[in-house]
Design a protein around this ligand. Sequence first.
Ligand SMILES: [Zn+2]
Length: 120
Amino acid sequence: MKKIPRIGCVCEKPDLSADTDFRSSELGIHHTNGRYAKVSILQCKLCQRIWINYLVEYEHYSRSGRWYRGIVSKKERPEITPKNAIEFLENLEWYLYGGSYFNSTGIFGQGKLNVDSYML
Ligand SMILES: [Zn+2]
């Protein structure tokens, strides 16, 4: 399990306007189990840390949208692909997650990602 310091930066406490705190670039789409997940790289404009963001939504189900976001080092960044992003996140000491499914703008979590269920 990889230790990641919490530094209290805005990127650790996302709110609804959080998108403006990041520079983002698309990494790709992950298709598995009929899932259509967007994987992107976010860099915090304040602390410059890089986050892997995994966003999944089932468009026929309301309140199914959710994202998971974890910090990745510059060195590891090139190794992350849409395919291994979930595994990477699940092995972090902590990540942030949120979205309409969780009715949250972002809270700390760890362990298994819940990406396949769309019923509460
Ligand atoms: Zn930050």
